[in-house]
Write a protein that binds this ligand. Structure first.
Ligand code: PLP
Length: 396
């Protein structure tokens, strides 16, 4: 995705946000122009807006393997996650739980409700024994993300579902599939979930539009009260233009996904292999042991990651210094997930996976996307190892 501004740009932060696909942008502009009537109204202009929303709902339902009536449009992935946790708790008022590597949009609601945060192993996989051990707590909802936003690690929802079916059949299973949607066949892999969160800006759609899939068997309670526009589960006048763009982007992404995964997965492998060849002490999360003599808790089999995720740690490096050096030459990546303050707090994801603070402090998340090119990887491989060498030499 090299674009020429003052410096060459190499965008390696697709997990934070993506550019909009041209087709989604066109749909957004057309919908803003034509679909300005309020979709809940009765006249022609209102019906134009309603048709745009209904078409998008059909596209999203197809892409995620749900019925159109199970698609709840809302204002972000964050809102979808909050609605899942608070909405399920409001119905059943039992215990809530999530994995320790969740995005804060799940983690904070679960902590707010006094829920259990379930640990993960060194590869970021949920501790299924701990899940079993809390299954008698009258669970209302368990939330486990399909793919992690920092490491790209994919969770096995079918194993989690089996445990709930056996020990806590009343519990809803929520999955935050925000990072999984661009890369994985969510129709199959998210099938065990009752509630699924998506966010538009991770796959070439707009920011500020999210979806919560609420399966027809799942009961949750609205958390915004008003006109009840989205099947009485989410109030607020529809963002018609944003929803149109979400639907078009979801359709395009799902149609291209298999090819994108193959092409971008090869680029990711080349990037990680090249960095490790130039800097042999690099640790790739969930693939490499944390030390040459890992403790039993740190031993794990390498796990599946989404194709766009290249996440490594450089011993002895401060991520902030590295990111600053890279930004000056137009390489945009990140350390952990983006947060409002932009401050680099130590990653709760790496901490949960057993990373010592000093190692986690040297993490680099390079995330690729549908627009990443061979030239981007060539440039990253020329610049990143050199930047690490320079920082190490300066610190010596
Ligand atoms: N969940 C995950 C896994 C994410 O990566 C993000 C965004 O970074 C969100 C939720 C929040 O989505 P949004 O930015 O639409 O609020």
């Amino acid at each position: 995705m090299a674009t020429r501004t003052e410096v060459d740009e190499t965008y390696l932060d697709w997990a934070a946000s993506t550019p909009m696909r041209a087709s989604a942008l066109d749909a957004m502009i057309a919908a803003a122009r034509e679909g300005y009537g309020n979709p809940t109204g009765a006249h022609h202009r209102a019906r134009v807006g309603r048709r745009i929303v209904d078409d998008a709902r059909d596209h999203v339902a197809d892409a995620v393997g749900a019925e159109p009536s199970e698609i709840i449009f809302c204002g972000s992935g964050t809102e979808a996650d909050n609605l899942a946790v608070f909405g399920a708790h409001a119905v059943a008022s039992g215990h809530v739980a999530c994995s320790a590597v969740e995005h804060h949009a799940v983690l904070h609601p679960v902590e707010h409700l006094g829920g259990t945060v379930i640990g993960v192993d060194g590869a970021g996989q949920l501790d299924l024994d701990q899940l079993r051990s809390i299954a008698n707590l009258d669970l209302a909802v368990v939330s486990v993300m399909l793919a992690n936003n920092e490491t790209g690690v994919v969770q096995r929802l079918d194993a989690i579902r089996s445990i709930l079916d056996e020990h806590a059949p009343q519990a809803l299973l929520h999955t935050d599939a925000v990072q999984a949607f661009p890369w994985l066949d969510v129709v199959e892999l998210a099938a065990p979930a009752d509630l699924i969160s998506l966010s538009g800006h991770k796959f070439g759609g707009p920011k500020g539009v999210g979806v919560l899939v609420v399966r027809s068997n799942a009961k949750i309670k609205a958390q915004t009260l008003g006109g009840g526009q989205e099947f009485e589960l989410r109030s607020g006048t529809h963002n018609v233009a944003g929803i149109a763009a979400f639907g078009v982007a979801a359709q395009a992404m799902a149609a291209e996904r298999a090819e994108t995964v193959q092409r971008v997965g090869a680029l990711r492998d080349r990037l990680v292999t090249g960095i490790k060849a130039a800097l042999p002490d690099t640790i790739e999360s969930a693939r490499d042991p944390l030390s040459s003599q890992p403790s039993p808790a740190q031993q794990f089999a390498p796990v599946e990651k989404v194709a766009g995720s290249a996440h490594v740690c450089f011993p002895g490096i401060e991520s902030e210094a590295l990111l600053f050096t890279l930004e000056r030459v137009g390489i945009y990546a990140s350390a952990a997930s983006s947060c409002a303050s932009g401050a680099q707090d130590p990653s709760h994801v790496l901490a949960a996976m057993g990373y010592p603070r000093e190692l986690a402090a040297g993490s680099l998340r390079m995330s690729l996307g549908f627009g990443t090119t061979d030239a981007d990887i060539d440039r990253a491989l020329t610049i990143i190892p050199e930047a690490v060498h320079t920082l190490r030499a300066a610190a010596a």
